[in-house]
Structure formats: C-alpha cells, structure tokens
Design a protein around this ligand. Structure first.
Ligand SMILES: Nc1ncnc2c1ncn2[C@@H]1O[C@H](COP(=O)(O)OP(=O)(O)OP(=O)(O)O)[C@@H](O)[C@H]1O
Ligand SMILES: [Mg+2]
Length: 230
C-alpha cells in the first residue's frame, strides 16, 4: 500500500464535499477515478498531494515523491516548453527532455512560450513536465481533456510506457470511461456530494494488451454507465 484514506471528511464552509471517504491505493497500481463534475475529485487529489487537509479521518501517504498534473496546465508563462519541463528536474539530461518533448508531440516547439501554444499543447507540455519528475506517486487530474482522439490514445500509450519503465502508483481522474478502461487496474466510481466511492471495479486483463472491443471491457463500460447515469 502506498496510499490509504480512511473515513475522510472534507467541507468547504457550508459545502460538504467528501464524507466517509475511504480508498486504498497499492504500490504501482493505476486507479482511475470517475465521478460527477463538482463532486470533489480535484479536492481529493489536492488532499493526497498535501496541498489541502481533510477536516477529519486519516490519510496515510507513503510515497517519497509526488508528481501532479493539475486540471489546469499551470505552466510558467515566462519559460519556454523546454524550460518548463526541465524546471522540475534540473539534473535531467538534455537528450531525455528532448525525447519527452517528442513523445508528447511537441518536437519543434521547444522554444515556444505557453502563450504561443494551443490549450492541448500546453496540456501535453504539463504532462511531459510530470513525466520528467522522478515520483513514485503520480496524480493526474483530467490530463487528456483537451486532446483529440488520436492524441488521447497516444498519450495513454505514453503513460503506459512510462509506467512500464519506472513503475509508480497513479491516481488518474477522468470523465472519459474509455481512458479508465485502458489504463486502470481498478476503476472507482464516485457518488455526487457528499461524495464517496459507490463502485470499485478491478480489471484483470494486462494494461497495454486491452482493446475497447474486448468483451470484458464492454461489460465494465456498461456497468459504469449504469452507475453514473441516473
Ligand atoms: N478552495 C475552495 N473553496 C471553497 N469551495 C471549494 C474549493 N475547492 C473546491 N470547492 C468546492 O468543492 C466542490 C468540489 O470541487 P472540485 O473541484 O473538487 O470538483 P471536481 O470533482 O474536481 O469537479 P470537475 O469534474 O468539474 O473538475 C465544488 O462544489 C467546489 O465549489
Ligand atoms: Mg476537477
């Protein structure tokens, strides 16, 4: 286990966000979180990262280093693509940073500043930055949201490649069921506020060997849709 949340409660003034929220994430496991807009997914990641605190309950985080792809790209506007990626790991080799830039499809844009990039390009730069930091817990908040379908699947492959080369635990928030089906060892579906997990589904088929046409995945997709559509 790398992360354990036990009966967490989180309120903002008069808004009750998380209630009786428990979740365990194992070392090297990819857990995908799906839940309604405004239910508290970003709040959950912010709490795991230590940026905000729960009101009550226990949160045990055994990771040494956390890498976080925020819901917004949060790039430094005065740094170019290369520098935004380099900044989190100044010892990283130039070759490695350039290979990350190529992997996220930004080759040729190394010297461009965030204002000169599209929303999806900025998001990919933020993903490369997260990949450049050596972490054993990776938090991702709708990281592929502004990407077209091809790029989205390409990013899924890149994330799986990264995960295969240097294993880490990943908590991956998404509204896209297909992303969760391809990436997750486990999919956790959340209720609306006050929020807690209402369904947890393990996916046995190895990541990277799945197709969205697999019978098992189609059945899981149907179960999730049943759960989230009311
Ligand atoms: N710093 C804050 N102060 C007050 N309320 C907040 C704060 N952060 C979040 N909230 C409230 O907490 C609730 C959950 O917000 P959060 O951003 O975690 O939702 P989310 O599940 O990530 O939604 P989305 O899918 O739209 O990104 C919302 O009602 C939001 O208004
Ligand atoms: Mg959010």
């Amino acid at each position: 286990m790398i992360l354990q949340l036990n009966k967490i409660e989180k309120n903002f003034e008069n808004i009750q966000v998380l209630k009786d929220f428990s979740l365990v994430v194992s070392k090297n496991e990819i857990v995908c979180i799906i839940g309604p807009s405004g239910c508290g997914k970003s709040t959950l990641l912010n709490m795991i990262s230590g940026y905000i605190y729960p009101c009550s309950g226990e949160l045990e985080n055994k990771s040494d280093n956390i890498s976080y792809v925020f819901q917004e790209d949060r790039l430094l506007p005065w740094r170019n693509v290369y520098e935004n990626i380099q900044i989190v790991n100044k010892k990283q080799s130039k070759e490695h940073i350039l290979s990350l830039i190529e992997k996220v499809g930004l080759k040729g844009f190394e010297e461009h500043y965030p204002l000169e990039l599209s929303g999806g390009m900025r998001q990919r730069c933020a993903i490369a930055r997260a990949f450049n930091y050596d972490a054993n817990l990776l938090l991702m908040d709708e990281p592929f949201k502004s990407l077209d379908y091809n790029l989205r699947f390409n990013m899924i492959d890149q994330l799986l490649e990264l995960w295969h080369t240097k294993k880490c635990a990943v908590v991956f928030v998404t509204h896209e069921i297909d992303e969760a089906l391809l990436l997750g060892d486990r999919i956790v579906v959340l209720s609306s506020r006050p929020t807690k997990p209402i369904k947890e589904i393990d996916i046995d088929k190895p990541k990277g060997k799945r197709s969205l046409k697999d019978k098992e995945l189609i059945e899981i997709r149907n179960k999730i849709i049943e759960c989230i559509i009311n």
